[in-house]
Design a protein around this ligand. Structure first.
Ligand code: GLY
Length: 560
């Protein structure tokens, strides 16, 4: 009888998970953009309304974020994009920054071999060769349908008209002000105080964008703009030359593709670690029925944490730029290998990270990146994550060009075994070399369910990106949440080292944390933080689109 009751409960639970959930986010009939700022989402949608496709909308949204969200949106940084066309064709674009030609493994070390503080994080010495402009032009040339001027003119108009400062942005600008002044002096526009409701105009950026509109990538990587960038970075002690800029190319890379139950998950391949690490996490969890454990239950957290612990250990050891290092994907992504990795796992207690191999390296990256998701009226989907690395990157700002420059060189391991400013301790695979791309955690992802487009998802959050994206997919699939609920749900994170389990402030009870402590988990206490800011789109059973715009930021879904 007990067995019958148990089986009955399992059937009811399974049925609950299958019942279609009602949307709670913005719903649109045709097309949608979800991004960190309403201005960028609106511009992307406007491009699609006038006949542009998702690729055109990507170009517009990426550039509009550089105007409306200079904290992470950029011309002076880089990113990754994964697409799935309505035909089912998939692909990925790597427009990650590169090390300059004069870079070398020891460039951030002093004569005693110690890491020089701030050199890879602040100012011109931290800047990698920017990839964003090459990325959008490559996308436009290959898949765009509208002329570039029709796509970029609304962005240029926005830069000239200006962007209204939000409460959150005012706080951010205030908290970064002293750092802007330390790097740029007190004459740039970011040296003043801003309050919510102020308008910031960007005529200098509008002029740079006009050059790109008129000349394509040459408007940035050659001629006047390139000369000004190279001279400015070198005057400030950095390494980028005109030759570095001229040589920069975005690279098309086939995504990492794997199945999880009846989902097909398509995510970014190296030099991003996102797809590989998420593939490992999902495949280690797949043999368990996590959906029956309950959302954010003790068992679900344990299973996810143990899979993440093992996957991040591999991430930090094996992954780097595939053009420079051999990554044994044919081994570390096999079910046999991943089953072996989980052999020591038990719900009775934590596996100490010191017992998981490759225990000499650690990763923790910056939180300041941005993600946007797009679906057009034909069903083409774009998932793109872009970054300057730190908030406003290196803080170095070119006042005449209106550009912030990245501090992405810090995503390399400056010295294997020594942490960077975010606690990252890298391995040899991610050491610095001329023209090499630094390892990333950005995880732009697209999910198919039963062969159809189902989710478009991604987030900022440094090393927490991978777990935040994975949990959003689990929330939607295993815990039957609407897109907006899945995005808003409280998140947790473990990344092998440091061996601590982080929780967002809300949504996890004291009792749950105590139980986990009893089982040997070290809980990060006393630090309130958010984990990721997910922007996602779900295709509903009737074909409409539901946006999930993260409540943690100013993120907004716009559709029509
Ligand atoms: N800079 C953050 C990342 O690429 O993951």
């Amino acid at each position: 009888m007990r067995r019958l009751i148990f089986l009955g409960c399992m059937v009811i639970l399974a049925a609950c998970r299958q019942a279609p959930v009602l949307p709670t986010g913005v719903v649109a009939d045709n097309a949608m953009v979800v991004s960190a700022r309403v201005e960028a989402s609106r511009i992307g949608v406007a491009i699609m309304k006038k006949g542009g496709n998702a690729f055109d909308a990507m170009v517009a949204t990426e550039m509009a974020l550089a105007v409306a969200y200079p904290f992470a949106g950029n011309l002076g940084g880089g990113g990754f994009m994964v697409y799935r066309k309505a035909s089912g064709d998939i692909g990925g674009l790597d427009y990650r920054e590169k090390a300059p030609l004069t870079a070398h493994a020891d460039m951030y070390l002093d004569s005693l071999g110690n890491v020089i503080p701030d050199m890879s994080t602040v100012g011109a010495t931290a800047v990698g060769v920017p990839g964003t402009v090459a990325g959008i032009i490559e996308v436009h040339q290959k898949y765009g349908s509208l002329p570039l001027n029709e796509i970029l003119q609304p962005v240029i108009d926005l830069a000239n008209k200006g962007v209204v400062v939000t409460e959150k942005q005012a706080k951010r600008l205030e908290s970064y002000k002293e750092r802007f002044i330390a790097v740029n002096g007190d004459s740039t526009k970011f040296a003043r105080e801003f309050k919510a409701g102020d308008t910031i105009k960007y005529p200098e950026l509008a002029t740079t964008l006009t050059k790109i509109m008129d000349q394509g990538r040459d408007g940035f990587y050659k001629g006047e703009v390139a000369q000004k960038i190279a001279a400015f970075i070198q005057e400030n002690g950095g390494f980028i030359t005109e030759k570095d800029l001229e040589k920069y190319e975005a690279v098309w890379r086939y995504p990492v593709v794997f199945t999880y139950k009846d989902l097909k998950i398509i995510s970014m391949s190296p030099p991003s670690s996102g797809g590989v690490t998420m593939n490992q996490i999902f495949k280690m969890m797949e043999p368990y029925d996590i959906g029956s454990f309950g959302h954010n239950s003790e068992k679900a957290i344990q299973l996810f944490t143990e899979a993440a612990r093992r996957a991040y250990a591999d991430r930090n050891y094996f992954l780097g730029d595939p053009d420079f290092v051999d990554i044994p994907l044919d081994v570390i992504l096999t079910q046999e290998y991943l089953t072996q990795r989980m052999e020591g796992f038990s719900f009775d207690g934590a596996t100490p990270s010191s017992d998981v191999s490759h225990g000499q390296v650690e990763v923790l990256e910056s939180m300041e990146t941005t993600h946007y998701s797009i679906v057009d009226a034909k069903g083409n989907a774009i998932s793109a994550t872009t970054t300057l690395n730190g908030g406003y990157g290196s803080k170095l700002y070119h006042p005449e060009l209106g550009i912030f420059f990245n501090n992405e060189m810090d995503d390399f391991s400056a010295k294997p075994g020594v942490p960077n400013m975010f606690g990252l301790i890298g391995a040899e695979a991610n050491s610095i070399a001329p023209e090499k791309r630094m390892l990333s955690s950005m995880t732009p992802t697209i999910v198919e369910k039963e062969g159809e487009l189902w989710l478009v998802v991604g987030t900022p959050g440094g090393s927490t990106i991978i777990t935040a994206v994975a949990q959003t997919i689990l929330n939607s699939y295993e815990f039957n949440m609407s897109m907006q609920q899945a995005v808003n749900a409280p998140r947790f994170h473990h990344q092998w080292l440091p061996d601590v389990l982080m929780f967002e402030e809300e949504g996890f009870s004291g009792e749950l944390k105590e139980n986990l402590k009893t089982k040997g988990y070290q809980i990060m206490e006393g630090r309130s933080r958010i984990i990721g800011k997910v922007d996602a789109i779900k295709i509903l059973p009737d074909g409409r689109l539901e946006g999930g715009a993260d409540k943690r930021g100013d993120d907004t879904a716009v559709g029509y």
